[in-house]
Design a protein around this ligand. Structure first.
Ligand SMILES: [Ca+2]
Ligand SMILES: [Ca+2]
Ligand SMILES: [Ca+2]
Length: 215
């Protein structure tokens, strides 16, 4: 191995301390020192890059895992059954409350068209089966169809899953089946606890879908 090659290779690392060694043995030693320096610097840079990437990834995941729910910032793990499916629902504008997700329409349709829309989204019109869920509906200042009807038998109100109405929240005077045409239930007055009204099913208003999550 020539001196020139030795010197040239040592210059790969400009601050290498081995330029004064001329033997074959020291050349290897020198080269080793040079490589160690180069490898050391590269390893250091890789470590820094790894740390930067890790921090970026964790920040990205942290932002993905927080949701603005019920006026609170919630961490993903605190939401029951929160899966990638749930994340998709959030991104599509659904609202989470207790064990369900809800979609509040921005357009208006008849009761049946509204139900068809909910079904097309893998859900159904909302079934209100607790006081908390009834209170939840009052935060949306819209007249909305819910999944309750007495179309099959006048005066016998059933939810869209076929169950008979038990606890109800009818507004004063409702249901009154005005002109014999009011067979679908809507939420009309968010200011009072009893906010339901029976209304002609072919009227066009907003609606609310409910998708239950696995417990
Ligand atoms: Ca429900
Ligand atoms: Ca009726
Ligand atoms: Ca009525």
């Amino acid at each position: 191995m020539s001196f020139s090659l030795y010197f040239k290779m040592c210059n790969v690392c400009s601050d290498c301390q081995c330029q004064n060694y001329y033997t074959f043995f020291t050349f290897h030693l020198c080269l080793c020192v040079c490589l160690y320096r180069c490898v050391g610097v590269s390893f250091g840079l890789l470590c820094i890059l790894q740390v930067v990437l890790n921090i970026s990834l964790r920040l990205s995941l942290a932002f993905q895992c927080f949701y603005h729910i019920d006026n609170m910032l919630m961490f993903k793990k605190d939401i029951p059954s929160c899966t990638s499916c749930s994340l998709s629902l959030f991104q599509k504008g659904w609202v989470h409350f207790r064990s369900s997700f809800y979609y509040i329409s921005s357009t208006e349709k008849t009761w049946q068209e509204s139900r068809d829309d909910c079904v097309s989204r893998g859900a159904d019109l909302m079934i209100i089966d607790s006081q908390e869920e009834q209170d939840f509906t009052r935060r949306f200042s819209k007249d909305m169809w819910i999944g309750l009807t007495d179309r099959a038998q006048e005066g016998t109100w059933r939810w869209v899953d076929g169950t008979l109405l038990q606890r109800s929240y009818w507004d004063n005077g409702a249901p009154n089946d005005m002109s014999g045409e009011e067979d679908c239930a809507e939420i009309i007055d968010e200011d009072v606890e009893n906010s339901w009204n029976d209304w002609p099913c072919d009227r066009q208003i907003h609606w609310i879908c409910e998708k239950k999550m696995a417990p």
